[in-house]
Design a binder for this molecule. Sequence first.
Ligand code: GLN
Length: 306
Amino acid sequence: MKVIDNRAVSVIQLFRKELESLYSKEEIETFLFFSFNEYFGFSRSDLALKKEIRLSESELLKFFRVIRKLRQHVPIQYILGNTEFYGLKLNVNEHVLIPRPETEELVEWVITDCGFLIEELRINSQSKIHNPQLNIIDIGTGSGCIAITLKKNIPDAEVYALDISENALTVAKQNAEMNNAEIHFVQGDILAKSPNHQIAKSPFQIIVSNPPYIIEKEKPEMSANVLDYEPHTALFVPDNDALLFYRSILDFGKTNLSAGGKIYFELNTNYADDVAALAKSKGFINCIIKKDLSGNQRMFSCEKIN
Ligand code: GLN
């Protein structure tokens, strides 16, 4: 790869030239910002203001690598090794799903509801001094994005995070440490006939999950950067069982939630009503479906009676 000189502006031009046939203008500008932010701490306006700075040989090579990988459709978050989620920096690699903005909306909902729940628990236990126990579990934690942001925003909660993948748990543990969040990580398979149900000493008040929910048939609609690089175990369920994980997690909830405890899901928008019907058939009440910012039915919550 060749650049006319070692000024930032020349690197910026190279980015645009090498990537224009593969990505939109907006995407390329985002990649530029992410890369210059990662390697030089640039803000968006620095990209225009500091474009005459000179890059060393090794700095140039870093940018060439980014361009090369982007040309292979590797997601920018994997190339740089991190992303931002709900205001926190999280490491990501090809063993974990890249956290999505929709999942930030799910986290926001849980945090808001937990504020109310803590108040209610306090009133019920008539104790203004001691914080009531709030046990939360994130099933299929991946990068740990949900568990970590919940712990940071609800510090009194005991947060558990389950994943089947040791490699994902390694990333999630690093992220928890990096963000000073104390999480109980558990390796386990929620689909196993008898998963380790005794994860915590007391029942959970909250179960949250963004499980695999894309059916194989939906593959053709997906872009190469997702299909070729993100972990398929985190994305896909078989065509004939779109509700596989929702069913297992609801069953887990029946035995592991306290009375009045809640389950929160991220949804495949095409199966929102089916998830609600399934939860109702299993005796859960107060089923709510919420839309995400793009207007798709994306989040769900329900409550256990007793
Ligand atoms: N909980 C993680 C996330 O929301 C991982 C989800 C998954 O791998 N399906 O990004």
